[in-house]
Ligand binder design. Structure first.
Ligand SMILES: [Mn+2]
Length: 343
């Protein structure tokens, strides 16, 4: 993937290819009037922030826009959707002219990962456009803006809005800031770049308030979240002399603590704070959901290889896949797959 970003745009060496990438999105927007915007199932701060800001941009161009997601947003993001603009696919009434709509998919490169939205649209949607920063290439065949060096989909959208001289409202700036804050783990993960901070500077200039967003995201937890974390930490097993930590998030833990699945998932990052740990693996299942495997790694250990070999996806240091097997069998498989890193 090519170098890109604000710096790149100012650098005469790169304007052609960078603009070409954005030109495709310009062309897609220009050639359609009506849009649904969606993100992956179990939406996170990044997908939500990006779609809220992108909706505002499309509105400013006089387009018809509906956000339609497969799952509700986690309660801690309610502040992003005070006006209730996010629709859930299984409760959404399609407009009569729904066949005139095209679809913009944000923060996943696989249409089927949009869950309920995929079920709602797959039979009749004619045209869709992917805006994403994940590796893996399931549905990248035609129109897309996939920049794997970007910290987040929100960063890509922000860059695009800057490039198109769009001035975001405080609400849109807050949404994008939240997306970047979430996907960079508070500006810590490896794709956090100088360009990330340039975008952040632009967002703060347009009204995103770092202090209040921090408090809303990180100091607004429920007791149930803490109890769920405690149960998950009790499931920890160490392997390979403490270099790999395995953990579980089961439906039983969710039922007994009342914690949210989306909160529990985030605990996968905790084992990486332990000295000497190189890989963290989490087997997780939401109530009524499918068993999923998430992997996090440090440095050059590329866990996306394992995820892609099992029909999943992700980045070098953060990847996952779905499993139709039991917890016990899935655990056996993933631990065996990961042995290659410890030979
Ligand atoms: Mn993301």
């Amino acid at each position: 993937m090519k170098k890109w970003g604000i710096l790149s745009l100012k650098n005469k060496k790169y304007p052609k290819e960078t603009n070409k990438i954005y030109d495709e999105l310009d062309a897609f927007i220009f050639s359609h009037q009506k849009f649904f915007i969606t993100t992956h199932e179990s939406p996170d701060g990044d997908g939500l922030g990006a779609q809220i800001a992108f909706r505002e941009y499309l509105f400013s161009l006089g387009k018809n826009v509906h956000i339609v997601n497969g799952d509700p947003l986690p309660p801690k993001y309610d502040f992003l959707d005070a006006e209730n603009i996010i629709n859930i696919a299984d409760k959404f009434t399609l407009p009569v002219d729904y066949k005139d709509y095209s679809l913009i998919i944000i923060d996943t490169n696989t249409f089927s990962n949009t869950g309920g939205t995929y079920t709602l649209c797959k039979e009749w949607i004619k045209d869709f456009f992917i805006i994403d920063h994940h590796e893996g290439n399931s549905d990248i065949f035609a129109s897309n803006l996939v920049l794997v060096h970007a910290s987040s989909a929100s960063e890509i959208i922000a860059q695009y809005l800057i490039r198109n001289n769009f001035i975001p409202s405080k609400k849109a700036a807050t949404a994008l800031y939240t997306g970047i804050l979430f996907d960079t783990g508070g500006f810590r993960y490896s794709k956090t770049s100088s360009e990330t901070f340039l975008v952040i500077s632009w967002l703060v200039k347009h009204g995103a308030d770092p202090t209040s967003i921090y408090e809303l995201i990180y100091e607004n937890n429920q007791l149930a979240t803490l109890l769920l974390k405690s149960r998950m930490l009790s499931s920890i097993e160490t392997h390979h002399q403490g270099r790999l930590i395995y953990m579980e998030l089961t439906t039983q833990m969710l039922e007994e603590t009342g914690g949210e699945f989306s909160e529990g998932e985030l605990n996968i990052n905790i084992p990486l704070t332990i000295k000497g740990v190189e890989i963290s693996v989490l087997l997780k299942q939401d109530i009524g959901g499918q068993l999923k495997v998430s992997m996090r790694s440090k440095g050059d250990l590329d866990v996306s290889i394992i995820a892609i070999s099992r029909d999943g996806g992700g980045h070098k240091n953060a990847a996952g896949f779905k499993s139709n097997l039991s917890f016990e069998e899935t655990k056996k498989i993933v631990l065996s797959d990961l042995e290659r890193f410890f030979i």
